[in-house]
Write a protein that binds this ligand. Structure first.
Ligand SMILES: Nc1nc2c(ncn2[C@@H]2O[C@H](COP(=O)(O)OP(=O)(O)OP(=O)(O)O)[C@@H](O)[C@H]2O)c(=O)[nH]1
Ligand SMILES: [Mg+2]
Length: 819
């Protein structure tokens, strides 16, 4: 935050001269700042600006004229919490007052703030934050204030300024470094921690692990102080960094399995397996390779993990949970497990030693006779689900996910064909997955429906908070424009400010809005919702119908992070908030965030090998209901972190289905580094990473260009060339493209761009492209039939390999679009 003033303001401690020189010419910035300070207070030195207190250039004159109370002589001014927080966010996100016509930065642009605007040379200030994880220029160590050393003997004193003791100002208003545990007061935390590329750590601790278990438990959980100092989007960014950055992950040697610490490769295998343990924390575990079970020593087993993980050593017994004297695979089981076995009708006299296999079948040790299968009874599976006990992978899906149509064994001609479905967040891959489930699978289970219901209920609050954030931006923008903020120049009189605009809420709704934004900023949304949905439904409906929010929603093209489905769910908020609510098929399709097992979802289904229209008599006689089984594995882009190692764990993938949203060409995406970029380009980069993966050297790839409906609507409004990758798109003049629309021209252009890219990466191989509108089920059905054709062609090509390769161009499955 720098003033462009040619005459820097006098330092606060400068003694006043008996005959003060004429006052220097003040900038608009300095004038506004002066109004926020108590009467007569000097302007702070630019070098000493404290980022934890607010300066709001655009505030109402009434508020600006009022001297602000101060916590202490040099402490931050006490402001109402939410207002203060937002003022600071403005301060951090805006380098200088915008010109009258300039739009205020929208929330998405506030998220990445790797180097907040400043020309201040202060290395510890957030304005010139240390380079992120740069080895060439290591971040400077924290600069303790001289008094800090002397006062550090006070437990809880600020490690930078040394002030405060127990309680440090307002109780709880301090932030602790996750690595070294140093505590900072509100005035010092941003200076000591900089831009927090790894979350709440002193700049000198960046790169250091979080060893302390208590601090590890706090990873990704917001704090009041942070919410007060940063904008909600910035808090989310810091929390995301805290959870996701490499330095904060658990170290392999801290995971002791069967008495031995893991190696990095074993930990990678564990985290990258199909069902990785959730929230893996340091500790001692046992792992049973035969049954695939995994658990913390003395606790009930967790989900099943990769059978590739092979850690030897003696399994620990579970005596801490009470002796049961029933052993499975050499481990004494817990009381909960014993109860489960009894529910599954397994006779368990004392001192029985069972041998349990990964499919649930069991036998008594040494007898070599399978006595039964513990997962056979549906009630056992239900109870296991209720108690969060593991169910072997595949079993649950066997009943619900296979095609309901009976396929006789002898007609099963081929093995299961595995299809990997990937795409950047929001590309529509989960919609495609759900459509495939509606088309070829069976109904959603009661457990899945319940999860969907809870997710839909809490999503409504996420949509509303996004709208409220944007409302705030638009309101500020409108008020600024109203008071002619951008035209301020020396000597020009200020226009009479307006206190409300089209985007202003009444006080009661404002109170609710502040509360909601506050809990979102603290990361506490999940603690309130969906539990309290019914209680708040009426006010949510009222807020949604309020003219201010409707005016905000009207600008939905500007509202990044607000999905199209938001209005669909907000329109029926009262209905979906009731306890009796059951999601309809459309609700399920529109629901966002349906991810099982850490971003991996699996659906098995069969497709008739005959074409949809080949039901002639001859066809039926020659080729009676031959079906191929498919396994659709959907991995979300978050699951692809960690250098794409998890892709290597997937064996025998027959085809990659890469999903891209055509409508993303003008969208912004925040990369894991925090840098914003064009979302189409982010999708392209992910696509390239996937196809370059050595596991897929010979795997055919089908590109689904999705959201064609949204693309068609957008292309006439926003030129395709806004995406730099498409800068050479120059459609032929309309009279030359009489029958073909601009959208279809643009679609073919995009498809060819991807085809060229694929061909250059994959040694001239061909990319298959298909157009979908995932919300229209028929287009998804067509896409899967197209994929089936691609696989057939690939089979033919491979079998013909010895006789000269099959001619790709003669195959009629290229760039097909459903008509
Ligand atoms: N207009 C339009 N919207 C679509 C289409 N396909 C998906 N959507 C919507 O786009 C949003 C994102 O779709 P998802 O299927 O959740 O995207 P995803 O790839 O699974 O993304 P994540 O769940 O965030 O990993 C949802 O609101 C969908 O309803 C489409 O063809 N047209
Ligand atoms: Mg999704």
């Amino acid at each position: 935050m720098a003033s462009s003033s040619p005459t820097p303001p006098a330092p606060p401690d400068q003694p006043s001269a008996p005959h003060p020189p004429p006052p220097p010419v003040e900038t608009a910035w300095a004038r506004a700042l002066r109004k926020l300070l108590p009467a007569g207070a000097p302007l702070p030195n630019e070098e000493q600006l404290d980022y934890s207190f607010s300066v709001d250039l655009a505030d109402t004159a009434e508020e600006a004229d009022r001297p602000l109370p101060r916590a202490s002589a040099d402490g931050p001014p006490l402001l109402p919490l939410a207002r203060h927080r937002r003022r600071i966010s403005r301060l951090l996100r805006r380098p200088s007052p915008p010109p009258r016509s300039r739009r205020r930065s929208p929330p998405h642009q506030r998220v990445p703030s790797p180097s907040p605007p400043s020309s201040s040379p202060d290395a510890t200030s957030p304005a010139s934050s240390p380079p992120r994880c740069s080895s060439s220029s290591p971040p400077p160590p924290p600069q303790p204030a001289p008094s800090a050393t002397a006062s550090s003997k006070w437990r809880g004193a600020c490690a930078r300024c040394g002030k405060g003791g127990i309680g440090m100002g307002i109780i709880g208003e301090r932030e602790e470094c996750l690595a070294c545990g140093a505590r900072y007061c509100g005035g010092c935390v941003l200076r000591a921690m900089g831009s927090m590329p790894e979350g709440r750590k002193c700049v000198g601790c960046i790169g250091r692990p979080v060893a302390d278990a208590r601090r590890r438990a706090r990873l990704g959980k917001g704090s009041r102080l942070l919410a007060r100092l940063l904008a909600p989007a910035e808090v989310r960014q810091v929390m995301r960094a805290e959870r996701g950055c490499a330095a904060n992950q658990v170290r392999p040697e801290e995971i002791v399995v069967n008495g031995r610490g893991l190696s990095q490769a074993e930990l990678d295998l564990l985290l990258g397996c199909a069902v990785p343990p959730e929230r893996l924390a340091a500790g001692r575990f046992w792992y049973d390779k035969d049954s695939g079970l995994w658990g913390k020593e003395g606790e009930r087993p967790d989900r099943i993990v990769s059978s590739k993980l092979s850690i030897g050593g003696k399994l620990q017994t579970d005596a801490s949970n009470g002796t049961t004297q029933v052993f499975i695979n050499g481990r004494e089981i817990t009381k909960t497990e014993l109860r489960m076995l009894k529910l599954a009708n397994v006779q368990c006299p004392r001192n029985t030693h069972f041998w349990l296999y990964d499919d649930g079948s069991y036998e008594e040790e040494g007898q070599n006779i399978i006595k039964g299968n513990i997962w056979q009874k549906a009630s056992t599976r239900l109870i296991a689900t209720l108690f969060s006990l593991p169910i072997p992978r595949g079993l649950k899906e066997d009943t619900s996910l296979y095609s309901s149509r009976f396929v006789p064994e002898y007609l099963e001609q081929k093995q299961v064909q595995k299809l990997l479905l990937v795409g950047l967040e929001g590309s529509g891959s989960s919609t495609i997955f759900k459509q495939a489930k509606f088309l070829y699978g069976t109904e959603f289970s009661p457990e899945e429906i319940l999860n969907l219901k809870l997710m839909i209920q809490s999503n409504v609050y996420k949509y509303l908070s996004t709208l409220l954030e944007w409302r705030e931006c638009f309101e500020d923008e409108a008020l600024e424009e109203d008071r002619g903020f951008g035209n301020l120049s020396d000597g020009e009189p200020k226009l009479a400010p307006s206190k409300s605009s089209l985007y202003s809420l009444n006080q009661r709704l404002m109170h609710f809005a502040n509360w909601l934004l506050e809990i979102v900023a603290l990361g506490n949304l999940d603690a309130f919702f969906p539990a309290a949905t019914r209680e708040y439904a009426p006010i949510v409906e009222e807020v949604w119908k309020d003219p201010a929010i409707q005016a905000t929603y009207k600008r939905k093209n500007e509202l990044h992070f607000l999905p199209d489905v938001a209005s669909y769910f907000l329109d029926k908020v009262v209905e979906i908030s009731s306890n009796e609510y059951e999601p309809t098929e459309t609700d399920i399709l529109y629901a966002e965030g349906v991810n099982q097992w850490n971003g991996l979802s699996i659906l098995e289904f069969s497709l008739d090998d005959r074409g949809r229209h080949s039901d002639s008599f001859a066809d039926k006689v020659d080729n009676p209901t031959i079906k191929t089984k498919y396994q659709l594995i959907r991995m979300n882009s978050k699951g692809l972190t960690g250098g794409f190692k998890c892709l290597g764990m997937l064996e025998d993938i027959r085809a990659i289905i890469f999903c891209i949203s055509l409508a993303d060409y003008d969208q912004t995406w925040v990369q894991s580094s925090g840098e914003p970029c064009n979302k189409m380009i982010a999708s392209r980069d992910l696509f390239e990473d996937v196809i370059r993966h050595p596991s897929f050297d010979d795997t055919p790839c089908v590109l689904l260009l999705n959201k064609y409906d949204a693309f068609e609507e957008k292309i006439s409004r926003v030129p395709l060339t806004v995406c730099s990758w498409f800068s050479d798109f120059s459609p032929v003049r309309p009279h030359h493209i009489s029958q073909t629309s601009l959208a279809s021209h643009a679609y073919y252009y995009v498809a060819v761009k991807f085809k060229d890219l694929y061909s250059s990466v994959a040694d001239g191989r061909k990319l298959f492209v298909f157009q979908t509108k995932a919300l229209e089920r028929r287009t998804v059905d067509d896409a899967f039939r197209y994929i089936r054709e691609v696989l057939r062609w690939d089979d033919v090509k491979n079998s013909d390999a010895g006789f000269g390769s099959a001619d790709e161009s003669s195959y009629s499955v290229d760039m097909t679009s459903p008509s």
